[in-house]
Design a protein around this ligand. Sequence first.
Ligand code: PHE
Length: 345
Amino acid sequence: MSTPDDLDLAAQQANALQQLDAAETSDAIEDFYRAWLAPSGATTKLKRGIGRLAPADRAAFGKNVNALHTLLEERFQQRREHVKTRELAARILAEARDVTLPARPRPTGGYHPVTLVMREVLDVFQKMGFSVFESPHVELDEFNFGLLNMPENHPARDMQDTFYLDTERLLRTHTSAGQIRAMRAMHPNPVRVVLPGLCYRNENITTRSEIQFHQVEGLLVGRSVRMSDLKGVLLQYARLLFGSDQRVRLRGSYFPFTEPSVEVDILCTLCGGAGCRVCKHTGWLELLGAGMVHPVVLANGGYDPREWRGFAFGMGIERTVLQRYDIHDIRYLFGNDLRLLEQFR
Ligand code: PHE
């Protein structure tokens, strides 16, 4: 192998190009530069060797060293480009991400279908100026029954099979239990509230009934409230929730805490009144119970029934959920089966 002292330029050139070809990394390329082309490198040393030559040969040798330097400089640039490009390509390949791959699904929560319908219902009443009033699930017998005009041993208590916690406390059987609480909280101002929440009854569990279910109660108390106001509010509610051509039908009924009392139906949301399986070919669906607040209940809430009047209604939410989403068994709503819940995201 030639050394910098070796003035055989052809041998030096062959040696240099061989080293350059062997340089596979940026570091090796820089080493080559330092060895051959830098001011302290081999070509500079060759130039210094010129003194050892016969004067006649010096000009040609100087030219040839310069030519060698130029050649090595040129090859060095090319090789450096080449190695850099290859290194970049390797890095890109190593860091590559396939952006066309579908993202891995991230598990996210969703609202329960009951929550979805509940929110819609409350939204409609809030648009009509009702505010939400919450009352406890564990309730006093007095609020659930007594103050609602159902004293002890009143036969209407048997309409609802009750979970008692002790002699005074129970799980509320209806949101009507919150009526008295709302009136006492608002007195002496007019009342316009909706009371949402779970209710509990000790019933057989079937495809249509559960021991827990949601209700939304409405209560409006003012100085000149009439049955026609009740009907107007319920018609408006039915139209906002079920469509602008909805109709409501009032049938006489009985509740101890309203007088007169009605059951309210809407046109069947499936067949529009023509008659089908869902409405048992009547064309109507039962929506809720309602009536004018009984004077005894008004008085228990602190409102003088000679000056104040009110209406109240109470509706179950689950039935609307089952109809809306075509679910055939109420037990699915409390089963917490992800295969059902994941459909509501
Ligand atoms: N609380 C009654 C029920 O659960 C419904 C109702 C509420 C009726 C308000 C009249 C007025 O069946």
